[in-house]
Design a protein around this ligand. Structure first.
Ligand code: SF4
Ligand code: SF4
Length: 489
């Protein structure tokens, strides 16, 4: 069984990476955002925070049903972050027996993390994406590791004179056609690195102690039918079960915290004496629950509710009122409404072909952290593209028809006449007008003393940012896009 689990784990990881690399070709068969729309934590918190229900969210029912009947099987068999941890942990030199500390108080932290996330959602703040394992894995792989691998491989091929390899790899989507770089990508790399390094202290440290999705699945599986059974009277106390268990289910007295079991079958493989099995029988006498007590949960909920107003203020945002930003096309003009739906997953940023969608850090308040913002100087919103809306799992970016998207005003361009070449240097330059993709041109020019001076036709500008991107002025562009004010819409 353990080999079957490893194969299934690798298949899910491969599917995760495939959907990340090829969202377009995959979408006719499997939704590119499959791992997000079937993630119960993201779905539940998005429904609560945004007060909206979407059909795609029904996909999460599969994992909910699997957890109710089979326990944390998702964690052991399908979670891409879990699989990455298992692979990384194989680098550790084997020590036998490798008994790891159980630390029940630390394990309860994940329930309080979950509780805080749910209470924040009740108050309209969707913060699950900061700590959800799928969003962590996606952002680390797509926004940090992939650009790094892309950069290193291209550099390497260029250096050793194998440039001709780059183009075929571009064609099959292994490398990107242009250089990609995401703001703050080092943060995603560091988060993943810390999670992986902690596996050297305890296998699956993240899953045992911190993961809010793991906590939710554990709660869902309280009455599961699949349980661990041990033949205790045959036990020789060799401790192999304790050292092989990924999530510390076996206590030092050989009682079980088996609600933490991720059905990895490692103990079944290791124990040759007692015949540990995972099956339908349940021996309550050897079980110890580490779920927080009802009183503990009540006290924690009270504290979370009391601190909610503080929490909101520290987000730098009275919901709905953060600094205006250039958001992807079609999103709600109300920041609060957009952020209550945005799962901070990074799908739109990976899908954006120009690399223009970038993750915010705290520039717009802590609450907006990791949400997407268009940075035209890096990449414009392409006139013939609506990819971000197609992959957004929560429809925070709506899936608009191309025709509607082409009319959506992301912002509005304006000239900085203290930098614009004709205005300052009295030299010819109409690059922005030339590149403006709006068919009837949102940039025109007038002629004075034989020189052309460009200006923005406000009603036609859709704020795609191509003018800002191509402006030849070094540093800050001479034409820039600002978010639209209500009066301008
Ligand atoms: S807006 Fe982007 S980051 Fe937010 S949920 Fe949609 S795809 Fe994910
Ligand atoms: S619609 Fe614009 S912002 Fe969205 S992915 Fe395409 S180019 Fe990027």
């Amino acid at each position: 069984m353990i080999y079957l689990r490893r194969i299934v784990q690798l298949l899910f990881l491969a599917l995760f990476l495939f959907l990340m690399l090829y969202p377009e070709p995959a979408k006719n068969v499997i939704p590119a955002n499959l791992f997000f729309i079937s993630n119960p934590l993201l779905v539940i918190t998005t429904i609560i925070a945004s007060r909206t229900l979407q059909l795609a969210f029904l996909a999460s029912g599969l994992i909910i049903i699997a957890s109710i009947f089979l326990g944390r099987v998702f964690c052991g068999w399908a979670c891409p972050l879990g699989t990455t941890m298992d692979l990384f942990h194989r680098l550790k030199k084997p020590r036998k027996p490798d008994i790891q500390p159980i630390l029940p108080p630390l394990r309860r932290v994940k329930y309080f993390v979950l509780l805080t996330i749910i209470i924040a959602a009740i108050f309209g703040a969707n913060i699950a994406g900061w700590l959800d394992p799928i969003t962590i894995a996606f952002k680390s792989f797509a926004l940090s590791l992939y650009p790094a691998v892309d950069y290193i491989l291209k550099g390497l091929f260029n250096k050793v004179g194998l440039k001709s390899f780059i183009s075929p790899l571009n064609d099959i989507g292994i490398l990107d056609t242009h250089s990609i770089l995401f703001h703050n990508s080092i943060i995603f790399f560091l988060i993943l690195t810390v999670i992986l390094l902690l596996t050297f202290y305890q296998t699956r440290f993240w899953c045992r102690n911190l993961c809010p999705l793991g906590a939710l699945l554990t709660l869902l599986s309280k009455w599961r039918i699949l349980n661990l059974s041990t033949g205790r009277h045959l036990c020789t106390k060799c401790q192999r079960c304790q050292s092989s268990c990924k999530t510390g289910v076996f206590n030092s007295d050989f009682s079980l915290n088996d609600e933490e079991c991720i059905q990895c079958f490692s103990c079944v493989k290791e124990c040759s004496k007692t015949g540990i099995s995972i099956g339908f029988s349940k021996d309550k006498s050897v079980r110890i629950s580490i779920l927080p007590s009802r009183r503990g949960l009540l006290v924690a909920s009270g504290l979370a509710v009391l601190s909610a107003p503080l929490l909101k203020r520290s987000f730098g945002l009275r919901l709905g009122q953060s600094l205006p930003r250039l958001r992807p096309p079609g999103v709600s003009r109300s920041e609060g409404e957009f952020l209550s739906k945005c799962q901070r997953c990074g799908e739109c940023m990976k899908a954006c072909p120009t690399n223009g969608l970038q993750p915010l850090l705290a520039e717009s308040g802590l609450y907006a952290m990791f949400s997407p913002v268009l940075v035209p100087r890096i990449g414009n919103c392409r006139y013939y593209c609506n990819a971000c809306g197609q992959v957004c799992p929560s429809h925070a970016i709506p899936d608009m028809d191309l025709a509607d998207k082409q009319e959506w005003k992301i912002g509005r361009a304006y000239f900085d006449t203290t930098r614009c070449i004709p205005y300052v240097n009295k030299e010819h330059c109409l690059t922005c007008e030339e590149f403006c993709p709006v068919p009837e041109k949102a940039i025109e020019h007038y002629v004075k003393d034989g020189l052309e001076y460009p200006y923005v036709v406000k009603e036609r500008c859709i704020g795609c940012g191509l003018c800002e991107k191509v402006c030849p002025v070094q540093g800050l562009a001479a034409i820039r896009v600002s978010p639209p004010k209500d009066a301008e819409l």
